[in-house]
Write a protein that binds this ligand. Structure first.
Ligand code: NI
Length: 160
């Protein structure tokens, strides 16, 4: 496994739409492992493949509960319910935080890393993370949908 370079604000690739994964091959498995390692290294809750420069519809999420990291390939949000106002950040915008409105609950269908069709019902932070990462696959980033006046810049701590 390897830590991959995270594409940062201003990188045009972040605005591009990712393509569906047709075949979950060894290359995709390596990508997934690297994405999980990279997300953990930077204490992220989620990471989309586009953020490491790969335009494929693959996301990883870890809300640091008992379930461990979740891998979603070709995810589609099929249902949303309610709203929540949440604080949000992104590993591609390391110093920016803002409030956004996300659905309170989402249902998503996806393939797991073994190619098996799955459905997940998520709420709260997990719902927020799924929405944020699926946005990345569509070339959308959270700073474009923040509640006006809530953007904060936080100076980075000493590099770890
Ligand atoms: Ni992000």
């Amino acid at each position: 496994m390897a830590i991959r370079i995270i594409r940062q604000e201003g990188d045009e690739i972040l605005k591009k739409k990712s393509r569906e994964v047709d075949v979950i091959d060894e290359k995709i498995q390596v990508l997934i492992d690297d994405m999980i390692e990279t997300m953990h290294k930077y204490n992220g809750v989620g990471l989309a493949a586009v953020q490491v420069g790969i335009l494929k519809r693959v996301i990883v999420i870890d809300i640091y509960d008992d379930n461990g990291p979740i891998v979603l390939i070709n995810p589609v949000i099929t249902k949303t319910k309610g709203e929540q106002e949440v604080d949000e950040g992104c590993l591609s915008f390391p110093n920016k935080f803002a409030k956004v409105i996300r659905p309170k609950e989402v249902t998503a269908e996806y393939l797991d890393r073994n190619g098996k069709s799955k459905k997940i019902k998520a709420k709260d932070l997990l719902a927020q993370a799924i929405c944020h990462e699926v946005d990345h696959l569509n070339g959308e980033v959270f700073v474009d949908k923040i509640i006006p006046g809530t953007l904060e810049y936080i100076e980075p701590e000493n590099n770890k």
